[in-house]
Design a protein around this ligand. Sequence first.
Ligand code: ZN
Length: 150
Amino acid sequence: MTALRELYQEVILDHNKSPRNYRRMENADRKVDGYNPLCGDHFTLFIKLKDGVIEDISFEGAGCAISKASASVMSSAVKGKSIQEAEELFKKFHTLVRGESDPMEDFENLGKLAAFSGVSEYPARVKCATLAWHTLHSALTSKEYRVSTE
Ligand code: ZN
């Protein structure tokens, strides 16, 4: 599991320092605020949809290193994916960070998402890691414009 631990450090550091898709988006089709009161992480997610595909995605806001890195990795992972594919990734990520699946089993599909499996050892951090995903899920499936992990 050392390789995963190294990947975790690398991904968190890299994406926290230079988050991908970190910008406000004008005329987004979906705009949802996500909030994790336990840690104080709060992000706004912007999505542009075209024919059921996430054509563009961005976020802005502030939070701890894990929440920010997770939002960054999530945005890169689902950009260009269909709503259904993004929802499947959301489910995979969720079981991963709760320690309910083995990241090595699906490593090829998970890519950098596998790094977050380390979070399962710290239950308080799971909400930080899943905040962006819950916000995405809401943006894709409902008309809720505000999501809280509590
Ligand atoms: Zn946090």
